[in-house]
Design a protein around this ligand. Structure first.
Ligand SMILES: [Zn+2]
Length: 177
């Protein structure tokens, strides 16, 4: 679920923070980071061992510790701190959009024990088949793509504007009336 995460996270951060200076490249990385970490480990490489594709990067401890590390290793007001905070915010939205709290044992890991609760069909191929056959997944992808197209049409359809946005991570914003 790539576009679901990207589109909906952009919509949410642009609506909530209304900060045209926010570097959306960091937010985008954060928005897919839990899957980039947990899916290869839990679904592709070690599914026999874990039995789930949602590991520590899908637990609330991941963004909480992440934020603590960012605050302690970066300087106040620095571009690196702003970027990494955007990354952690992206991770938080990923957990919200996954509905991660619906499985409290995994969400609050390791408070209820160090093992992760198993998820049926979490190995790579069964998971892919399950997602490909799920209309909710397709609707989520369509919603994400629709929002990205809307942003492109509204703010980035002029010559060179997409390249500029990719280089700066910034997308203009309509001022709130
Ligand atoms: Zn996920």
């Amino acid at each position: 679920m790539l576009f679901w995460h990207l589109g909906t996270t952009f919509l949410a951060v642009r609506y909530v923070f209304r900060d045209p200076a926010m570097d959306l490249r960091w937010v985008a990385l954060g928005a897919i980071l839990p899957d980039l970490i947990d899916k290869p480990i839990g679904s592709m490489l070690f599914n026999d061992f874990f039995g789930t594709h949602r590991l520590a990067a899908h637990a609330v401890i991941f963004p909480v510790l992440g934020m603590a590390v960012v605050i302690s290793i970066t300087q106040r007001g620095s571009g690196m701190r702003k970027g990494l905070i955007g990354l952690v915010i992206g991770v938080l939205f990923h957990l919200v959009l996954d509905g991660a709290w619906s499985d409290p044992e995994a969400f609050w890991w390791p408070l209820f024990g160090v093992t992760f609760p198993a998820v049926p069909d979490s190995a790579f191929w069964p998971l892919l088949q399950r997602m490909a056959g799920d209309p909710v997944v397709w609707m989520g992808e369509a919603a994400g793509i629709a929002y990205l197209l809307f942003v492109w049409r509204r703010h980035l359809s002029g010559p060179g504007e997409v390249g500029q946005a990719l280089r700066s991570g910034r997308v203009p914003m309509t001022p709130r009336l």
